[in-house]
Design a protein around this ligand. Structure first.
Ligand code: CP
Ligand code: NVA
Length: 316
């Protein structure tokens, strides 16, 4: 009998991509995030996972992080549980121990694992063999936890996101992919403006189309932001991407400055997951200006992580 006796693998609530959740479940997680924030540092009793006092979250990083690392650590402690943080390079993962073996061992010690990985298949492979939840703290393909925080940030400023219009301008990257998943699941319009060489993965756009998502792709940043409720962008060079000079050249016309923001709705908000590079993907006047909600967005990572962990640990 395993010491850390858990449900069999197929019953585990992994949080790997928003596309894995149905719309009702994603809506519930966002509502839980709002409720966690309203409750302050401690979760409302009905959102406190059973047995949390004895629960351990292990966090493993293959790449750098400030917000994800700290917000998950604080979130787990505020829920009433504990955390262990590891750098992948310091573990046997860095020496090639099979992911299936690692998944089984971590499942005997801990109650959930959160990882930031270079290769998305690391998460899916771990999830296939883990008997505890696997949470995606960012991969090359997606960043679902970020978008839970972004959805709640939008709703705090602009009301329900269903039916709203969000414009993404810049690289069609991991964060953009999770926006596509969210728009499709929650029924809002997403307009993506990307240079054709840096469009989102074809599989992500095909998925949205097949699922009936209102996702539009253009190469014209002005067209994407026209009358949008929210303008979002991200760094031109994500972690692990090598071709920085070429990316900077391609992405110049997609920078969010005052002129571009003026084409969105008058009361549109600006979001960026951070870290930001002023003078590249966004001007200082926009990110530090009155339409920017980036500090609420960063704070909301904490509340969102509590909701995600609570859901993974069995709260409905
Ligand atoms: N937005 C985000 O995930 O930030 P970190 O890379 O600092 O975790
Ligand atoms: N797209 C960025 C997000 C950082 C939080 C990256 O992957 O580096």
């Amino acid at each position: 009998m395993p010491l850390n006796s858990k449900p069999i693998v197929r019953n585990v609530r992994h949080f790997i991509d928003l596309s894995d959740l149905d719309g009702t479940t994603l809506r519930r997680v966002v509502d839980m995030a709002h409720a966690m924030k309203a409750a302050g540092k401690r979760p409302p009793p009905e959102l406190k996972p059973e047995g949390i006092e004895d629960a351990i979250l292990v966090m493993i990083f293959e790449k750098q992080s400030t917000r994800t690392r700290l917000s998950f650590d604080v979130a787990m402690r505020q829920l009433g549980g504990q955390t262990v943080g590891l750098n992948a390079a310091d573990t046997q993962l860095g020496r090639g121990e099979p992911l299936s073996d690692t998944a089984k061992v971590l499942s005997r010690y801990c109650d959930a694992m959160m990882l930031r990985v270079n290769d998305h298949t690391t998460l899916t492979e771990l999830a296939a063999h883990a008997s505890i939840p696997v949470v995606n703290g960012l991969s090359d393909l997606s960043h679902p936890c970020q978008i839970v925080a972004d959805l709640m940030t939008f709703e705090e400023s602009r009301g329900p996101i269903k039916g709203a219009t969000v414009a993404w301008t810049g690289d069609g990257n991991n964060v953009a992919a999770s926006w596509v998943h969210a728009a499709t699941r929650l029924g809002f319009k997403l307009r993506l403006a990307c240079p054709p060489q840096l469009n989102p993965e074809r599989a992500v756009l095909d998925w949205a189309k097949a699922e009936g998502g209102a996702v539009e792709l253009t190469d014209d940043a002005g067209a994407a932001v026209a009358d949008a409720d929210c303008v979002v962008t991200d760094t031109w060079v994500s972690m692990g991407q090598a071709d920085a000079p070429k990316r900077k050249q391609l992405l110049g016309p997609y920078s969010v400055d005052d002129k571009l923001m003026a084409q969105a709705k008058k009361d549109a908000i600006f979001m960026h997951c951070l870290p930001a590079y002023r003078g590249h993907e966004v001007s200082a006047s926009v990110i530090d200006g009155p339409q920017s909600v980036v500090w609420d967005e960063a704070e909301n990572r904490l509340h969102a992580q509590k909701a995600i962990l609570a859901w993974c640990l069995g709260v409905n």
